[in-house]
Design a binder for this molecule. Structure first.
Ligand SMILES: C[S@@+](CC[C@H](N)C(=O)[O-])C[C@H]1O[C@@H](n2cnc3c(N)ncnc32)[C@H](O)[C@@H]1O
Length: 162
């Protein structure tokens, strides 16, 4: 009986660990991007030497890819466990905090995999803070009001330029 209760509690903790940012209205829940989608967008842009932010970087898969492609990666993650794994994995600057409060003025490329309502809120921040010419890559969902410069429907990835 104690064993069943322990397994149930562990399962609930694991599910909450993935879902909590969405449940409390801070952003998207955890899921992982398709590596092929991110790679397609980064090749299209040419990220070598560019500063690439991943807002809500999870465990760092996209940042590790950006680094392998010669970019200067920067992560922002609100969940402390994901933040720690990402920082150890990527060996780059990873901010533990809220992406809505992180300045983006030095970004050349911003990568997101969030949620439609979150993308709409981020769009306002992008218009306010990103320099002209900076790119926004969104996996899965559109970002309203930005200029679309490339889209891969098979990989569900959107590339915008400010
Ligand atoms: C769908 S996952 C994307 C993970 C990774 N970027 C990828 O594409 O594989 C969304 C991530 O955003 C994080 N997140 C949600 N709201 C956030 C916020 N306000 N600030 C920073 N990170 C946030 C979640 O903890 C989660 O790790």
């Amino acid at each position: 009986m104690i064993y069943v209760a322990a397994v149930a509690v562990a399962a609930i903790v694991a599910v909450l660990h993935f879902l909590w940012p969405y449940l409390v209205g801070r952003g998207g829940a955890y899921s992982t991007s398709s590596r092929r989608a991110a790679e397609w967008a980064f090749r299209r842009i040419g990220v070598a030497g560019k500063k690439v932010y991943d807002l809500g970087c999870g465990y760092g898969g996209v940042l590790a890819l950006a680094k392998a492609m010669g970019a200067v990666p920067v992560g922002v993650e609100i969940d402390p466990v994901r933040w720690l794994v990402c920082a150890l994995r990527c060996g780059c600057r990873v901010v533990l905090g809220d992406m809505f409060k992180t300045p983006l003025r030095d970004a050349d490329v911003v990568y997101i995999f969030q949620w439609p309502s979150v993308n709409a809120r981020l769009a306002e921040k992008f218009r306010r803070e990103l320099r002209s010419g900076a790119y926004v890559v969104s996996y899965m969902w559109e970002v309203p009001g930005l200029r679309l410069v490339a889209y891969n429907p098979a990989l569900r990835v959107y590339v915008y330029q400010v």
